[in-house]
Design a protein around this ligand. Structure first.
Ligand code: FES
Ligand code: FES
Length: 163
């Protein structure tokens, strides 16, 4: 962290989706609010804002974290990836393609969080078992209850990634 001021503004150096910048954030802002409001990364969704639903999940130095429970200032010196980084322009990632193929979303509110949790899993364990997928996604809630197709999509993507 490089500086702070009486107005509670704090400068942080943070890499977001491959782009490192120095930005001023309010010391009280959550990372979710900073990314959504200041960096316009609205793929991140806010459901419970209490660390329960997982809709706000992002990757910080490769680990899935709840951005609603993380202060923006904690992003200092970190590398952050959001759902916006998964695709290559209009080209969806294999995981996103698998979600599409399996109809693994209904309203889609939870989808970004599931995609990020699944990305964390597949980057550390490219060939997970069904139980490992279920365990990895256990911190994400889907109010539309489409869990079965989500698990199938992740297993399908794992097969593709492993090929
Ligand atoms: Fe962060 Fe629900 S909005 S866990
Ligand atoms: Fe609607 Fe999951 S698809 S909350």
């Amino acid at each position: 962290m490089t500086s702070s001021s009486p107005s509670n503004r704090v400068e942080i150096d943070v890499e977001v989706n491959g782009r490192r910048r120095t930005v001023a954030v309010d010391a009280r802002d959550t990372l979710a609010d900073h990314l959504r409001n200041d960096q316009k990364l609205t793929g991140i969704k806010l459901g419970c804002e209490h660390g329960v639903c997982g809709a706000c999940t992002i990757l910080m130095d490769g680990a899935a974290v709840r951005s609603c429970l993380t202060l923006a200032a904690q992003g200092d010196g970190r590398s952050i990836r959001t759902v916006e980084d998964l695709s290559d322009g209009a080209a969806l990632s294999p995981l996103q393609e698998a979600f599409k193929r399996h109809h693994a979303l209904q309203c889609g509110f939870c989808t970004a969080g599931f995609l990020i949790s699944a990305t964390e899993l597949l980057e550390s364990n490219p060939s997970p078992t069904r139980d490992e997928v279920i365990e990895a996604l256990s911190g994400n809630l889907c109010r539309c209850t489409g869990y079965q197709t989500i698990v199938e999509a992740v297993l399908d993507a794992a097969g593709q990634i492993g090929n």
